[in-house]
Design a protein around this ligand. Structure first.
Ligand code: ZN
Length: 296
């Protein structure tokens, strides 16, 4: 079997083919995110010159993933310039050129939540921390959509004592994304976004950042009770964040929830790095592709 996948991000879109299993990527190509017409046309042409058995499409949101909605398959109210109300599935040729091919459409965070989800567990939360913060949720083995889909990166959180940073979210200022996305961290440290990877591990901004990501984790633990939280995205390449986040989570919970996974000894198996690292998004989309074929 050949699985095809498309992962749409704010900076770039990625296409890939995998053979046999979603992890076994045999071809991968990146396209810059310019205008919907230009980017989606290039991807459609790429897909059109290849053979595959199913396709998974996972994009940044908000999206409409309700199958009977008139705007199903759209990126809807995104603040991303030029991409509001983009009919992604139609522009990719899902309804004509590829109409005989099974497909699935979901967010670029729900898809990795599916691929990171362990079969012996019923739930998993996937958090990506980059220029934006997104949360995907799998509950009872299925990705959560509900009225829209989780947008927990914009959750309101408690402000760390003494923190006067105004936040960078254009909608909410001090939501999680506004306080600790890579854009926020760069602004806090007064460096360019591109210089962030060179910032020292000892800079105090990492502890502040870990506090807010931990706050998001705690709120997810208290609301959806996930059996595992997986962290990915560009900012999470910073290894020291994991220990700091785990420590803040335990401190914020303050022994309220008594579980083996929420102890000093075991929390490193509960809050984990993505096993697919920088390919978490596209592997997630390839998992969607497999699901599309399996549920045909
Ligand atoms: Zn926000």
């Amino acid at each position: 079997m050949i699985y095809a996948a498309v992962e749409g991000g704010g900076q770039s879109w990625v296409c890939a083919l995998a053979e046999g299993t979603p992890e076994n990527i045999i071809e991968i190509e990146t396209f810059p995110t310019t205008t919907p017409d230009e980017t989606l046309h290039a991807i459609r042409a790429w897909l059109g010159s290849r053979r595959f058995d199913s396709i998974g499409i996972a994009t940044f949101g908000p999206i409409d993933a309700r199958p009977h909605s008139p705007t199903f398959g759209f990126i809807t109210s995104t603040p991303k310039l030029g991409w509001t109300n983009t009919d992604v599935l139609r522009q990719l040729g899902i309804y004509d050129e590829f109409k005989s091919i099974p497909y699935k459409f979901d967010t670029d965070v729900n898809a990795p939540a599916l691929s990171e989800h362990q079969p012996e567990q019923s739930s998993c939360a996937y958090i990506t921390v980059g220029t934006g913060i997104g949360v995907g949720l799998v509950i009872n083995g299925k990705s959560v959509h509900g009225a829209l889909h989780p947008e927990a990166g914009h959750m309101t959180i408690g402000i760390q004592e003494g923190d006067v940073f105004p936040g960078v979210c254009r909608f909410h200022g001090k939501c999680v994304e506004g306080m600790c996305s890579s854009v926020a961290v760069a602004a806090r440290a007064q460096v360019n976004l591109t210089d962030l990877p060179h910032l020292s591990d000892t800079h105090q901004v990492w502890d502040v950042c870990a506090y807010y990501i931990a706050s998001l984790c705690v709120n997810l633990i208290l609301t959806v009770s996930p059996e595992r939280i997986v962290l990915g995205g560009g900012l999470m390449n910073r290894e020291i964040l994991y220990t700091k986040i785990r420590q803040h989570v335990l401190k914020l919970l303050n022994h309220y929830i008594v579980l083996d996974i929420l102890t000093e000894d075991n929390i490193s198996d509960f809050i984990v790095a993505s096993k697919y690292k920088n390919r978490a998004g596209i592997v997630g989309a390839l998992f969607l592709s497999k699901l599309a074929l399996d549920s045909k």
